[in-house]
Write a protein that binds this ligand. Structure first.
Ligand code: HMG
Length: 390
C-alpha cells in the first residue's frame, strides 16, 4: 500500500522585512544576508499570530469536508508550543471543526518534529488504511534583535494530509536516521528566544547529512543519480548547499548540475520567508513542486530533516501521477504577492510586543490581521482564538 502526502498547505504571516534594509541597519553588507546567508525577505508575525493560528491557517487551505471527517489523528510538530501541558493540536482540531473521534498530540524535537509526525502518521495509516492524519508543522523562529541568529528568523506553517494512495508524494519505506546529544541550539523553558552555537550547528548539520546519506546508500544501494532532487531543512538557504556540496563529488557532472539546479528552485519560498523550523523542509519541498513546472511523475525526491539537539533523517518519496493538480500554486503566488513590507523600526516594535507572562488579560487589535484564524486576546490565562468564518 502506498502512503504519503495527499495534500499540502502553507501559511506565512502577512508582514515581512527586507533583508537588504535589515543589513544596512545592522551595519553589515547586504550581500552577507542575501548571498552569504541566502535570504531576501523575512516573515514577521504580528502578535495576533502564534504557532496555533499559523498551523490552522495552513491546514485550512487544503482540508475539505471529506478530510475533516476522515482525519482521526492530528499530530502537531512544533518547538514554539504555547502551553507546557495542553497540546497545540487540540486547538487546531477545534478551530477547523474536525471529527471528534480523533487523537490529538504535539511532538517536539526542534526542527525534526514534523518528520517524526510523518513517520508516526505512516504507521497509523498502515494499520488503519481508511483514515487520514493531519500533520502540522508550525513555528516562529526568534533569536533576538541584533543577535547573530537574527537574519535566520522567520515564521510560518505547513499542514499536510497523510493518507493511503496519496495524490502528491508516496513515501518510500527505507530511511536513514541518527541521534546524538549535542548543544548546538536549544531554548530553555524560561526563554522566548533560542540560544545557539552557530558554528557548531552548521558543522553538525553537515556531518549529520553526510552520515545519514552514507547509511541510506548502504541500506538501499541507491546513488545520487537515482534522485531528481534532494530537498533540505533550510534554516537559511545556503545551509543545504553547504551540506550537498561535498557529497556531489560522488556523481557525474550531469547529475551534479541537475541536483544543484533543483536545489536552487527548492529554496525559493524559504528565501522569502526565513526559517520556519519544523516546517522548513516541507516548505522547501513545496517550493520545488510548485516552482519547477516540468518535474515528472515517478521522480524520486530525497528529503533531509535536521533537528538541532540533534536528530537527522534522510527519507524519500515518489511523485504521483497528476500531482500538480493537487497543489495550491495560484494561492501561494497570491499569498506572497499580498504580503506587506514593514520597515526595520516597525519590525523591531512588532518583535518587542509580546503577550503578558504575569497572568494579566489582554485584548489584541485584530483589525490589521487579514488571516482567517487569529488570536484575539488572553483572558484568565487562556488564549482566545477566532475563526472568522465559523
Ligand atoms: P554569522 O557569524 O553572522 O555569519 O552567523 P558568518 O560570518 O558565518 O557569515 C555567513 C556567511 O556569509 C559566510 O559564508 C560568509 O563568508 C558570508 P560561508 O562561509 O558560511 O559559506 N559572507 C558574505 N557573503 C557575500 N558577501 C559578503 C559576505 N559577508 C559574509 N559581503 C549563522 C551565521 C548562520 C551561524 C547565524 O546566523 C546563526 O547562528 N543562525 C542560527 C543557527 C542556524 O541557523 N544554524 C544552522 C544549522 S542548525 C539547524 O538547521 C537547526 C535550526 O533550524 C534549529 C532547529 O533545529 O530547530 C537552527
Amino acid at each position: 500500500m502506498k502512503i504519503g502526502i495527499d495534500k499540502i498547505g502553507f501559511y506565512a504571516p502577512h508582514l515581512y522585512v527586507d533583508m537588504n534594509k535589515l543589513a544596512v541597519r545592522r551595519n553589515v553588507e547586504p550581500e552577507k544576508f542575501t548571498i552569504g546567508i541566502g535570504q531576501e525577505k523575512m516573515a514577521v508575525p504580528p502578535i495576533t499570530q502564534d504557532s496555533v493560528t499559523l498551523a490552522a491557517n495552513a491546514a485550512l487551505e487544503v482540508l475539505d469536508e471529506n478530510d475533516k471527517e476522515a482525519i482521526d489523528f492530528v499530530i502537531f510538530g512544533t518547538e514554539t508550543g504555547i502551553d507546557n501541558s495542553k497540546s497545540a493540536a487540540v486547538y487546531v482540531h477545534h478551530l477547523l471543526g474536525l471529527n471528534p473521534h480523533a487523537r490529538t498530540v504535539e511532538v517536539k524535537h526542534a526542527c525534526y518534529g514534523a518528520t517524526a509526525a510523518i513517520q508516526m502518521a505512516k504507521g497509523h495509516i498502515a494499520l488503519n488504511p481508511e483514515s487520514k492524519v493531519l500533520v502540522l508543522a508550525s513555528d516562529i523562529a526568534r533569536y533576538g534583535l541584533n543577535s547573530s541568529g537574527e537574519a535566520t528568523q522567520g515564521a510560518g506553517a505547513v499542514g499536510m494530509v497523510i493518507s493511503a494512495d496519496p495524490a502528491i508524494l508516496a513515501l518510500e519505506d527505507k530511511s536513514a536516521y541518527l541521534a546524538d546529544d549535542v548543544m548546538d541550539f536549544w531554548r530553555p523553558v524560561y526563554s522566548d528566544k533560542a540560544l545557539v552555537d552557530g558554528k557548531l550547528s552548521n558543522e553538525k548539520y553537515i556531518s549529520f547529512f553526510a552520515k545519514v546519506w552514507e547509511q541510506y546508500k548502504e541500506k538501499t544501494g541507491r546513488e545520487l543519480k537515482d534522485f531528481e532532487a534532494i530537498t533540505f531543512h533550510l534554516p537559511y538557504t545556503k545551509m543545504g548547499k553547504k551540506a550537498l556540496k561535498p557529497v556531489l563529488e560522488e556523481t557525474t557532472e550531469d547529475v551534479q548540475e541537475r541536483l544543484k539546479a533543483n536545489y536552487q528552485i527548492s529554496t525559493e519560498y524559504n528565501r522569502n520567508v526565513g526559517n520556519i523550523y519544523t516546517g522548513s523542509l516541507y516548505l522547501s519541498l513545496l517550493s520545488l513542486l510548485e516552482q519547477k513546472e516540468d518535474l515528472e511523475a515517478g521522480a524520486r525526491i530525497g528529503m533531509f530533516s535536521y533537528g538541532s539537539g540533534a536528530v537527522g533523517e534522510f527519507f524519500t518519496g515518489i511523485l504521483q501521477d497528476g500531482y500538480r493538480e493537487h497543489l495550491k500554486i495560484k494561492e501561494h503566488d497570491e499569498l506572497f504577492a499580498s504580503r506587506k513590507e514593514v520597515s526595520v523600526d516597525e519590525y523591531e516594535a512588532i518583535f518587542e510586543e509580546t503577550l503578558p507572562t504575569d497572568g494579566s488579560s489582554i485584548e489584541l487589535d485584530v483589525n490589521s490581521d487579514p488571516a482567517q484564524i487569529y488570536l484575539a486576546g488572553v483572558t484568565d490565562h487562556m488564549r482566545r482564538y477566532v475563526n472568522k468564518e465559523k
